[in-house]
Design a protein around this ligand. Structure first.
Ligand code: GDP
Length: 470
């Protein structure tokens, strides 16, 4: 029989499966980890804040980001072409109170939002400030409340942007009162949450928004080491013509430079080239900056952590990560085999006359909450799938039936109906006609733009599948 050398985590799991004692070998468990927290962060250099724009669908997040992005290009390189890389930085107008000579704000854009959700789901917080966009003509909507909940449960800074103030007849104070009723302590009412009135369409109020974000961030006193081991996260990745796999990395600590060796999930890179959102080559990226990295062996996953190390250490860590993944996969296989055995046994028992009445109606295997996932971009869909897939146990659990990008369609409803499943609409619209169809077919649709809220909803539904405790 073959002898495996296992990482200690997995050895115990396998030991359970086979009733055997594992051999634990520390060398075989080697991996690369982020550096420990700095003992005195107040001595570190300041870094730009990382900002995420969130809010209800159609309230103007994309428009706001587009306008902010084009302003940043206009103020930066003349004639520069903006690249959509998952983040961009905007200079803070001069004349504000700070003593820092050049200040910028890094905005995560839509796919960044998906990666942000994935990262948060894993407990990594990359966002310092959330801008909650509320359309003045629409007010507080379900996804507005989700963002409010999210912010309340974290320690990120909050700026409210009441958008579409260019629209005639909008009642801004009504929206402000509604926010107050939701427990948002607005500055105008003696609280500490600033509100800015903006129009993503005309650009009105955007300078003030940038300054307000900067002021909120200044109070957070954001600092990080510019030297030492890199810790960052992939915001998005793609295969680019002539460049191969590229991935945008948001630097949290340390620095990122050409020539460095990186590890990220199951892939690695020797950094060939770094470019910013204007497509310009940069010599180095520091905390709070997002740059596109060329030189990956394979496409890195959005939301995965990026670390540096020596070429040899990275090679060793990768070998171990791959081995760990293989063992994980084989454990899943084992589970499937066990499941098959269990259901065969149940079927045999069902055939066995005496038990027929008791077991014939028992479904084989665990009960499944079947999900059809729709999301705004593929990064989001993957993030949602990744966060809900593991929910459940061997009695009831999630099964992802299908995934897709774009709004919910009637064929999704049909698919859900056939599978006896539930549709997840993450950051996408559900047209009224589709909603009606789903209602008449009794197909539930869970809409959300906040991954934790969604995870909770899915958990609740899986729990509903569990038999009652007697
Ligand atoms: P998102 O779903 O939150 O990203 O919203 P979008 O940015 O796609 O905007 C939804 C709709 O609202 C689009 O038709 C925009 O043109 C419109 N819109 C966005 N911002 C403004 C604004 O400031 N004023 C007006 N009048 N319309 C806006």
């Amino acid at each position: 029989m073959a002898l495996s050398v296992l990482t200690s985590d997995y050895a115990s799991l396998l030991a359970l499966e086979f009733n055997r004692n594992p051999i634990v070998n520390d060398e075989a468990a080697f991996d690369i980890y982020p550096p420990p927290p700095h003992p005195d962060p107040s001595t570190l250099p300041a870094r730009p804040p990382v900002v995420t724009i969130m809010g209800h669908v159609d309230h103007g997040k994309t428009t706001l980001l587009d306008t902010l992005r084009s302003t940043s290009v206009a103020k930066g390189e003349a004639g520069g072409i903006t690249q959509h890389i998952g983040a961009f930085s905007v200079p803070v107008p001069a004349g504000s109170s700070s003593s820092e000579p050049t200040r910028t704000i890094t905005f995560l854009d839509t796919p960044g939002h998906a990666a942000f959700s994935a990262m948060r789901a894993r407990g990594a917080s990359v966002t310092d400030v959330v801008v909650l966009v509320v359309a003045a003509d629409d007010g507080i909507m379900p996804q507005t409340r989700e963002v409010i909940e999210l912010v309340k449960n974290s320690n990120v800074g909050l700026v409210v942007a009441i958008n579409k103030v260019d629209k005639p007849g909008v009642d801004i104070s009504k929206v402000e009162n509604a926010l107050l009723a939701e427990g948002i302590q607005l500055e105008a009412f003696g609280g500490d949450v600033p509100v800015v009135h903006v129009s993503g369409l005309t650009g009105q109020g955007l300078d003030q928004l940038v300054e307000t974000i900067s002021a909120v961030a200044e109070m957070q006193d954001l600092r990080a080491e510019r030297e030492g081991v890199l810790q960052g996260y992939v915001l998005e990745s793609k295969v680019a013509k002539g460049l191969g796999p590229v991935g945008t990395v948001l630097v949290l600590r340390g620095n990122l430079m050409p020539g460095q060796h990186l590890i990220c999930g199951m892939t690695s890179a020797k950094v060939r080239l770094l470019t910013d959102h204007n497509g310009k080559a940069v010599k180095a990226a520091y905390p709070g900056m997002a740059v596109t990295v060329c030189g990956w062996k394979e496409l890195p996953n959005a939301g995965d952590e990026v670390l540096t190390g020596s070429e040899a250490d990275i090679k060793k860590a990768l070998t171990n990560r791959l081995r760990k993944a293989e063992i994980e996969a084989s454990l899943v296989d084992l589970e499937a085999i066990n499941e098959q055995r269990r259901s065969e046994r149940e079927r045999r028992e069902a055939d066995d006359g005496e038990h027929t009445a008791d077991v014939a109606s028992t479904e084989a295997g665990p009960k499944e909450l079947r999900l059809i996932i729709k999301g705004d971009v593929s990064g989001t869909v993957e993030a949602v799938k990744g966060s809900v897939t593991d929910i459940g146990n061997d009695v009831a659990r999630v099964k992802v039936v299908s995934t897709g990008v774009g709004e919910v369609t009637e064929s999704d409803v049909l698919r859900a109906k056939t599978a006896g499943g539930v549709i997840i609409a993450f950051n996408v619209k559900v047209p009224r006609s589709v909603e009606n169809e789903a209602q008449s077919q009794h197909v539930p649709i869970l809409t959300s733009s906040v991954i934790y809220k969604l995870i909770d909803d899915v958990k609740a539904r899986v729990i509903d599948l569990l038999p009652p405790v007697i």
